[in-house]
Ligand binder design. Structure first.
Ligand SMILES: [Mn+2]
Length: 327
């Protein structure tokens, strides 16, 4: 039997997407004939090579598709029987449209609260109450409003438990396994223990962000040094979202990582996407994400210089949006 490869975003809604896909389409191949790869959009084209062997089906879930990944998928399509792409990131729209013209590629792209929500709506999956609950969880993980407090609790647990070490593929696979067995997540000792440690660090990080934030226009701008981004790695996206929620302000988190500067933006409108797009355009960097939650990866530079650049782009994008308002 030929194998299937499932490549998905290593975050809360990515894991739930993987669970739904395996359960509905690949259960007969689980676990021995599926290679499950969890990755981050910026390195997906590298990690995806793990599935390149004898392949029946290649599945790409919840990945903001980069130009490199699109190139990889094109090559893979000439070897695999079938490719499936399901994604809800705004930045993927054009590339997914291009890829969908390849005969053995089935692509589903739509703006949706989460990738699992898109799956149950567009693929018309018949879901049971357990799966429906997890789709609610995925929406909340992606910033959707929490109408169900049980789902909000589980969303928090999953997000935090993953955040501490987003590269821990074994743990992400463990989560899919727990879901396939239909077990409760909020009482699982592995999940709760990991979430507890992450929560402690998140509180420390939010305190630090509060002390350090600068106002640029209507936005809060926060910087983190290389050692700090190492300590809080994995929690930075959650912290940016949480900080924006607490302060009711748009937030730009600028940090140095190994050989690069990463900017994470959270806004109430679509400014996050436009700012990251403009940053990438000006510096030849990369960007991806959604209208209100996006990030850009830029070449390495001193933090002072990065703050100057980001501030200028924030003002530029705000001016373009409200040309008559003086700032
Ligand atoms: Mn995701």
């Amino acid at each position: 039997m030929k194998d299937s490869g499932v490549i998905c975003h290593g975050d809360c809604d990515g894991v739930i997407s993987a669970y739904l896909y395996v359960k509905h389409y690949l259960l007969d191949s689980w676990p021995n004939h599926i290679t499950l790869v969890f990755t981050q959009p910026w390195r997906a084209h590298l990690d995806a090579r793990k599935i390149e062997k004898e392949l029946r089906e290649g599945v790409f879930l919840d990945l903001a598709i980069s130009g490199e990944l699109a190139g990889f998928i094109r090559r893979l399509a000439s070897k695999a029987e079938r490719i499936v792409i399901i994604d809800h990131h705004k930045s993927s729209a054009e590339l997914v449209k291009d890829l969908s013209s390849i005969p053995n590629v089935k692509a589903v792209w739509r703006k949706a609260p989460s990738c699992p929500r898109l799956m149950i709506n567009d693929l018309k999956l018949a879901v049971n109450p357990y799966e429906k609950f997890l789709v609610d969880v995925a929406d909340i993980c992606e910033g959707g409003e929490a109408k169900n407090s049980e789902a909000a609790k589980v969303a928090d647990l999953i997000k935090l438990s993953i955040a501490r070490d987003p590269g821990d593929i074994d743990y992400l696979t463990y989560l899919v396994k727990v879901m396939l067995e239909g077990k409760e997540l909020h009482t699982d000792p592995e999940v709760t223990e990991r979430a507890k440690i992450a929560k402690f660090l998140l509180h420390r990080l939010l305190k630090l962000m509060g002390e350090r934030s600068l106002e640029v226009g209507l936005m809060k701008v926060i910087t983190l040094s290389l050692p700090e981004s190492r300590i809080y790695a994995g929690l930075l996206g959650i912290a940016a979202t949480e900080f924006a929620r607490i302060t009711h302000k748009d937030v730009a988190l600028i940090r140095r990582e190994e050989g690069k500067v990463v900017v994470t933006i959270r806004t109430l409108d679509d400014k996050a996407y436009r700012i990251c797009e403009e940053l990438a355009k000006r510096t030849g960097g990369k960007f991806g994400g959604h209208a209100e939650a996006a990030s850009a990866t830029l070449q390495d530079m001193e933090l002072d210089k990065a703050v100057e650049l980001v501030s200028e782009v924030i003002r530029y994008v705000s001016r373009k949006q409200h040309p008559r308002r003086m700032r």
